[in-house]
Design a protein. Structure first.
Length: 181
């Protein structure tokens, strides 16, 4: 992770510690996410289910570097089609199944208090669709900026999205979103 990413992680962690009382932290097992979770100062439990989608032959490439035919295919289907996969990659709908598996394996819905989940954008979209019990095609309806904070409140097994994609920087103040006390 570069210096900008480390700064964003530190700012997001400061916001989370100020606005919430996190008791547990879950993260993708990949370094970018564990480094983002580290400034929270809590032990980090990792899960492979929070990894980004496998982009196959697109892995590590910028969109503009893909062949024009693949750019067109992606623009037509990528945002909404859970059956879409990059050549040699994973179906986007699998992210929703992974999100549901994470919920079952981690038992986070049975936890009391504030939890933090750090993951990659696609995995977090899949997790959010699973949490909100939306159809898989809804995976393209959410966006997460790097080191952003989103809030889901769970009461009696029902999840409510109360904040999405809060970004924090030293040049701005995030909206004040706090857990009801």
């Amino acid at each position: 992770m570069n210096a900008r990413g480390l700064e964003q992680a530190a700012q997001a962690a400061a916001y989370v510690r100020d606005a919430f009382s996190p008791r547990r932290v879950w993260s993708s097992d990949l370094m970018r996410c564990t480094a983002t979770a580290a400034p929270l100062g809590l032990p980090v439990e990792t899960s492979k289910t929070l990894r980004e989608v496998n982009y196959g032959s697109w892995e590590g490439k910028r969109f503009v570097d893909l062949p024009e035919s693949e750019q067109k295919m992606a623009l037509e289907r990528l945002a909404w089609d859970p059956e879409f996969r990059a050549p040699g990659g994973e179906k986007f709908g699998n992210l929703v199944r992974r999100g549901a598996r994470f919920l079952a394996e981690s038992k986070v819905l049975e936890e009391e208090g504030d939890l933090v989940i750090v993951g990659h954008g696609g995995a977090l979209r899949g997790l959010l669709v699973a949490l909100l019990r939306l159809p898989p095609r809804a995976i393209g309806r959410f966006h997460f900026d790097n080191a952003s904070v989103s809030v889901v409140q769970v009461d009696e097994g029902l999840a409510t999205l109360t904040a999405l994609n809060i970004t924090v920087s030293s040049n701005s103040v995030a909206n004040s979103v706090r857990r009801p006390r």
